[in-house]
Design a protein around this ligand. Structure first.
Ligand SMILES: [Zn+2]
Length: 284
């Protein structure tokens, strides 16, 4: 389920792309039972409380999650950094995406409540819709920073961001976590053909994993040699920290290893340090 910061970012994305997100009510409506279950789970983990129990019969075929308890709402808005401001939740509060790891979690949440993927006659289309215009534009900026090229349109009072290129759609889905579990969540919206393509991509990534493990083994070997040499004592602290981290987590993929640093390291930063360590071990 991920780090605490990412759980918070995912819930935030789900609410900003959900139905109501106001000081007096938070409401998410979905036809997808798995989505409702995931959101309840994340909610419990983040806040330690559940959505309100609703009196009366639920709408047929729909899951409605409601929060109107004032104490719970206050705790929720506090968590997302809105100190009682009247225009709460109209903007994306970037402070909630505090670490590099959080952007993908935020988009996953947004996709859970506001997203859909279709393949009408092979014209690929993935979209995210939100009733909050500013949030839509701010999410466009976030996506561009992540090398996506989204377009923007408006439909039925919603701001809709969409991706057309199939490579971009696949990248988006793998970025937000197109594991088998995520794919099951998307079952109602992802067309079969596209799902197969993503499955192949996920399988391919599994194959890449063994290569990753081999690379990690070469790294740990080099680091061990380095530690036994006199050079070790002269290394700058960031390199020694990186070496220790790699030895403590020898099989962790790079992205996960980045997240273990405090504060988390960027991918290229970590790559650079590991490369430097290998070079040092070689010309020792
Ligand atoms: Zn995070």
């Amino acid at each position: 389920m991920g780090r605490h910061c990412c759980v918070r970012a995912e819930v935030y994305g789900a609410l900003l792309f959900g139905y109501a997100f106001r000081p007096d009510e938070v409401r998410v409506v979905t036809e997808n039972g798995a989505l409702a279950a995931r959101l309840k789970l994340l909610f419990g983990r983040l806040f330690g409380f559940d959505f309100d129990q609703r009196a009366g019969r639920p709408d047929v075929g729909k899951h409605t999650l409601v929060l109107s308890d004032r104490g719970k709402l206050a705790a929720l808005f506090e968590t997302f950094g809105y100190g009682g401001s009247p225009d709460v939740a109209l903007h994306l509060n970037n402070a909630v995406l505090e670490n590099d790891c959080c952007a993908a979690a935020f988009l996953r949440g947004a996709f859970l409540t506001g997203g859909s993927v279709t393949d009408p006659e092979k014209k690929y289309h993935l979209e995210l819709g939100t009733p909050r215009a500013h949030v839509g534009r701010e999410t466009i900026t976030l996506l561009r920073e992540m090398d996506f090229a989204p377009s923007l349109t408006a439909r039925a009072g919603h701001t809709v961001l969409y991706l057309k290129a199939s490579e971009q759609i696949e990248d988006f889905l793998t970025t937000v976590g197109a594991s088998q579990a995520a794919l099951a969540l998307m079952e109602t919206t992802v067309e079969k053909d596209l799902r197969n393509r993503i499955n192949r991509k996920v399988n391919c990534e599994t194959a890449n994993l063994s290569k990753t493990v081999e690379a990690a083994m070469r790294q740990t070997e080099a680091i061990r040699r380095l530690r036994e040499s006199p050079l070790w004592e002269t290394l700058p602290a960031p390199l020694r920290e990186t070496a220790d981290m790699r030895l403590a987590h020898p099989e962790e993929p790079l992205a996960e290893l980045c997240a273990l640093f405090d504060p988390p390291l960027g991918r290229s930063g970590l790559n650079h340090r590991l490369r430097r360590l290998r070079e040092l071990a070689e010309d020792r």
